[in-house]
Design a protein around this ligand. Structure first.
Ligand code: PRP
Ligand code: URA
Length: 210
């Protein structure tokens, strides 16, 4: 396995993912669990953030403590489904800025089509987490990362809940510098570009549009 690919096998993540995958799981529960998994993934994907030591006073004595010291952070969801991961991540890293990249997959060609982009002005100075529950062909994630690199971003991590081997291969080939975090690496894509077994259309299930 490529050392840039990190698959979370934590029991809590795997249990929550099993609920997401069920076709009977309703919109409210689906949305909540996407957030819970995103939070758990964020916890681990931020374990290499730099810290520095400062001295504070507790009610009892002085204490040397560690606080975050690294570059500033940004979360960039790929619309729409990536939005489902943002709020939970912001609970852990509340000072992160949020940019948005709107892409949809053309149902015929499966190529990503851009329709929106709004990023923090200092995005090039931030460590960026690109988030999207699904990495299928990898076209959307790769296009989003290319776009961020054109804006000067040099530090990017990709967080997906479910990835297909095809998507991993595509992103690893196009962006070998990017770490990819996912909760599951599934079997393959079907003829419509859906991940098998996957969980269906993540955007529709988060927003109840089907
Ligand atoms: C889904 C998903 C990813 C993309 C993955 O979005 O959320 O963005 O497909 O597919 P890819 O790896 O083959 O590019 P979709 O295009 O369905 O848009 P939506 O989030 O608005 O539903
Ligand atoms: N987008 C989704 O939402 N689901 C898939 O399985 C593939 C792309």
């Amino acid at each position: 396995m490529n050392e840039k690919v990190h698959v979370f096998d934590h029991p809590l993540i795997q249990h929550k993912l099993s609920i997401l995958r069920k076709e009977t799981t309703g919109v409210k529960e689906f949305r909540e669990i996407v957030g819970e998994i995103a939070m758990l993934m964020c916890y681990d994907a931020t374990r290499d953030l730099k810290t520095r030591q400062i001295t504070i006073k507790t009610p009892v004595a002085e204490a040397k403590v560690r606080v975050l010291a690294g570059k500033k952070l940004a979360i960039v969801p790929i619309l729409r489904a990536g939005l489902g991961m943002v709020d939970a991540m912001l609970e852990l890293i509340p000072s992160a800025k949020v940019g948005h990249i709107g892409l949809y997959r053309d149902p015929e060609t499966l190529e990503p089509v851009e329709y929106y982009c709004k990023l923090p002005t200092d995005i090039d100075q931030r460590d960026v987490f690109v988030v999207d529950p699904m990495l299928a062909t990898g076209g959307s994630a790769s296009a989003a990362i290319t776009f961020l690199k054109k804006r000067g971003v040099t530090s990017i991590k990709l967080l997906n809940i479910i990835a297909a081997p095809e998507g991993i291969e595509r992103v690893a080939a196009d962006h070998p510098d990017v770490d990819i975090y996912c909760a599951a690496l599934d079997d393959c894509l079907n003829d419509h570009g859906y991940i098998v077994p996957g969980l269906g259309d993540a955007g529709d299930r988060i927003f109840g549009t089907k």
